[in-house]
Design a protein around this ligand. Structure first.
Ligand code: PGA
Ligand code: ZN
Length: 421
């Protein structure tokens, strides 16, 4: 039994300087856990509601004082003095208290902050590392470490829309350890920074997730430059370092057309375009290749891509079990991008993870573009045996907090890196 003594909330700032929510959970045993919630920019329409104050005079309406007020007020009043045998009981109590389908009354940011802080406090009470506590939630042994997929070039909503597609990431497929994966990434990132300077006269200015964002002429140029950077770093593209792409297609889809290049594409045209990229570039993972509402064409995309690259759903699935069930039923994807704050409690995210696994899907545990210095994501990716972890680039401390935590977990556990599927 874990007895909550007190919950406190605090408004803090994320990596874009926007307010977000931190919670601290003190247990009667004396154990304490604090955790912070990230925030997306390229969000899916089906995400749980992040409660913002809406006061234009303060942080342009983005303040989180109301959400924090709910932690200090209603949530603390209802939950302090209560005991919970497990995480799911606390999460259910908060869902019941909120009473809405998308957590819009108390705010998913308030609820998730408490859910995470409670987890940290429970791990502390048990005297186990957070990754081990989280492995226990899914009732599974610790087996592997997730393979990092690292943002190299950024576009879309994370880089002021200078290119249409959102992220080109590298996957160090030949790395055997986190340590080796990061050293390989450093080499490619430096080569990409040099290339950006020579080709575009662009110093290493970075986008929201730390990726480089020169003014590429097109998505193809972005992909080709990534391949060139891999080669310049001394690696064989596709053999040692491959590419993953987050197309984030929902964000350039209007009235049934994809506004990618000069000519709008219909869904079939968009799929044909994606297949051309798969033929030309060593892409092993394709995230949100189609828009979140284009359900009718996702099965076609998956059928065409299966066996060549993962068909990864982010906006499409929103870490939401109902949407994942639908996607499994129609064969819309074969991999889940798991972002805990898309759904708003750890327990619901755990259910989403298990559902994806039960269908034989791969799981990528992902950060958001607005992050904090908190490193719980690394523990989650290890505890839930993520196949991949997506944290952004290897610059900026809010990203490094997670990579550095992975290095520490690797040193502590000696677990092997999961094989690329
Ligand atoms: P977000 O985007 O965190 O800005 O929503 C990340 C992604 O699309 O994967
Ligand atoms: Zn995405």
């Amino acid at each position: 039994m874990f007895s909550i003594k007190r919950l406190t909330g605090l408004e803090i700032l994320d990596s874009r300087g926007r307010p977000t929510v931190q919670a601290t959970c003190a247990l009667a045993s004396g154990a304490v856990g604090t955790a912070s919630v990230p925030s997306g920019a390229s969000t899916g329409a089906a995400e749980a509601l992040e409660l913002r104050d809406g006061d234009p005079q303060r942080y342009r309406g983005l303040g989180c004082r109301r959400a924090v007020g709910h932690i200090n007020g209603e949530l603390n009043r209802a939950l302090a003095g209560q005991s919970f045998e497990q995480q799911s009981q606390l999460d259910q109590a908060m869902l019941d208290l909120d009473g809405t389908a998308n957590k819009s009354r108390l705010g998913a940011n308030a609820i998730l902050a408490v859910s995470l802080a409670f987890a940290r406090a429970c791990a502390a009470e048990r005297g186990v590392p957070l990754y081990q506590y989280w492995a226990g939630l899914l009732d599974q042994p610790l087996q592997t470490l997730p393979r990092p997929t690292i943002n190299l070039f950024s576009g879309g909503k994370h880089a002021g829309g200078q290119t249409t597609i959102q992220d080109v990431l590298i996957v160090p497929t030949s790395a055997h350890t986190i340590d080796e994966a990061l050293a390989m990434t450093f080499a490619v990132y430096q080569a990409a920074a040099e290339l950006s300077y020579h080709k575009y006269g662009m110093r290493a200015l970075t986008a929201d997730e730390g990726g480089l964002a020169p003014p590429f002429a097109s998505a193809e140029a972005m992909l080709a430059d990534a391949v060139e950077a891999i080669r310049n770093a001394g690696f064989e593209p596709g053999q040692e370092v491959a590419l993953a792409v987050d197309v984030a297609a929902s964000h350039f889809y209007q009235a049934g057309r994809y506004h990618l290049g000069t000519e709008p594409l219909d869904s079939r045209g968009m799929i044909a375009q994606l297949l051309t990229w798969l033929e030309r570039y060593p892409i092993v993972s394709l995230e949100d290749g189609l828009a979140e509402e284009d359900w009718a064409h996702w099965p076609e995309l998956r059928a065409a891509v299966a066996g060549r690259a993962l068909v990864l759903g982010d906006d499409l699935l929103c870490t939401n079990s109902t949407r994942i069930r639908r996607a499994i039923a129609v064969g819309a994807a074969d991999a889940l991008l798991l972002k805990v704050n898309q759904i708003g409690t750890l327990s619901e995210a755990a259910e989403a993870c298990q559902l994806a696994r039960s269908a034989g899907w791969r799981v990528t545990i992902s950060a958001r573009s607005g992050e904090t210095e908190d490193n719980w994501l690394a523990d989650l990716a290890v505890g839930w045996a993520g196949d991949q972890i997506k944290v952004g680039s290897i610059t900026q401390s809010e990203r490094l907090a997670k990579y550095n935590r992975l290095l520490a977990i690797e040193a502590e556990t000696g677990l092997p890196l999961v094989n690329w599927p």
